[in-house]
Ligand binder design. Structure first.
Ligand SMILES: Cc1cc2nc3c(=O)[nH]c(=O)nc-3n(C[C@H](O)[C@H](O)[C@H](O)COP(=O)(O)O)c2cc1C
Length: 156
């Protein structure tokens, strides 16, 4: 029985690619969080994304049907936006209160992760955080072998 799920948000592709790789390696399920209102992937993404973070927006997510009771281990994946986790992850946290799970938290960034992992750890404090790790896209997107090696250090 599958007892692992990877919950992630990805605007472009980097976080999504890693989430898919983890799902393959752990034979886990994947839940991609998709806001109903999408953000353009062009330059405006910075402006729109930063605004959402600063305004602490909680975007409405597309509906998903997942019974979290069946999962023991949950991977939470997010890109860093303005030194914190993305608004889609904020929506997930507000919508779903997780307790007594094994949680693994990750973020992808380009050199400025801020306090993303510590903040996420606080949000999931009713659970056991068994690993947390940040992935710097600038180094790792060019070296897929190293990326996979890094990921394997935190798979359970
Ligand atoms: C709106 C916005 C804000 C960002 N803010 C940061 C930041 O504060 N620190 C950082 O290192 N990278 C920042 N980035 C870069 C992303 O975290 C990084 O490219 C990430 O790997 C993108 O993941 P994705 O391809 O799955 O969307 C930002 C990107 C966007 C679009």
């Amino acid at each position: 029985m599958v007892n692992t799920i990877i919950v992630f948000y990805s605007l472009e592709w980097f976080t999504k690619q890693i989430a898919k790789y983890i799902a393959k390696e752990t034979k886990g399920d994947l839940l991609e969080l998709e806001p109903k209102k999408t953000i353009s992937k062009w330059f405006m993404k910075y402006f729109r994304g930063w605004k959402q973070v600063i305004m602490k927006e909680i975007p409405t997510l597309k509906a998903y049907d997942v019974n979290f009771n069946k999962y023991e281990t949950i991977y939470i994946w997010t890109p860093v936006w303005s030194f914190i986790y993305t608004p889609a992850i904020r929506s997930f946290i507000k919508k779903k209160s997780l307790k007594n799970k094994k949680i693994i938290i990750f973020c992808t960034h380009e050199g400025w992760p801020g306090k993303t992992l510590n903040n996420l750890e606080k949000e999931f404090s009713w659970n056991t955080i068994i690993a947390k790790k940040d992935f710097n896209r600038r180094f790792l997107e060019k070296d897929i072998e190293l990326l996979h090696k890094e990921i394997k250090t935190i798979l359970i």
